[in-house]
Design a protein around this ligand. Sequence first.
Ligand code: ATP
Ligand code: MG
Length: 381
Amino acid sequence: MTSEPSVTRVGINAIGRRHQERSRDGDTGILIEGTSVRTANVTSERKRILTGIRPTGPLHLGHYAGALENWVKLQSEYDCYFLIADYQVSEYAHDLARVRNAVWEVTLDWLAAGLDPDSGSFVVESLVPEHAELTTWLAWVLPVGMLERNPTLKAEMEALEYPTDGKTKEKAVPVAFYIYPVMQVANILLPRANLVPVGADQLPHIELARETARRFNRAFKPIFPEPEALVGRVPRLVGTDGNAKMSKSRGNTIDLKDSAETVAKKVRTMYGGPPRRATEPGKVEENPIFAYLEAFDRDTARVRDLKEHYERKGVSNKELRNRLTSVLNELLEPMRQRRAKYEGNMPLVREALEHGTGRGRAIAKETMAMVRDALNLNYLR
Ligand code: ATP
Ligand code: MG
């Protein structure tokens, strides 16, 4: 993928009302180098994207800057499958009500952020059971050692077993958690995706998908493109507590659906670097408020000035917080308005899931027929 996706796009929503979207300027992201696609079966259609999110709660600024923003930009150029990965919520097995609710929350957040369900397909993973089927076959070709070495998986398991926040109880790691990377590989390979736009934490998983595609294609038939990862403008957004990653499980998020007041409060109380008087110079990289301004303030010249002042003479955190609050509310306000519109029309939201899942199922069946053929599994034919 070398061409810049357009920054202006026009979508038609499911009730046929045209609406214009302007997405934010800036880089598309960092393309992770990969070898060329080699497959005999991907035909002349648009190239495909598969990407997804687990339904475990509302989406936050990390999801947006790391992934979602790119999805919005790319949706008119690619045939997109946006997955709600409910098979992969094993650590929430005790709280399925939360998962059920989050399926709707995620869909609303997607619509609010500007994904167009007519252009891309919103797919619920478990309503396409071919995901589970392909996971089983792919488990044949993926060595356990590769899972054990996967740094993201290791970190997530450790966080489950040995939580560090003092509040969360430690949990045993369910088997489903151990195999979810295989399922993620199946998610990517099932629509025979070419590109996977994700945050940096997902890169080890994409590498697994590439390796699995290579192994399968070599051992059986060349069905699968080797998918490439596309990391968003902000590969890993810090949390409001200063932790390296904004994450639901750490409670350090600013959510896309947060009200203007909530955003103001979260920014007012977020970590602002080591204690410092307003007139005392500070180090930009020690203050996460700057990480957010860099990520979201479109007035880059102003951010540059603020940084310079901060390092030379000092700038009060109050001033930085005020600026950040207005920048974030400017970004989120149109999303809140779109969300409200869809919340008032839930049949339309349901329709988005139903249609998208139908499209996801169709391509899944096509791929599974190819896989069965490649493995020569059609015993009764
Ligand atoms: P969380 O990490 O908040 O607990 P999750 O693990 O359920 O959420 P995923 O489904 O793993 O969410 O993430 C969805 C997408 O958002 C992935 O592509 C992931 O890389 C990206 N993402 C999540 N958090 C961040 C972040 N803080 N910065 C950049 N990208 C992120
Ligand atoms: Mg995650």
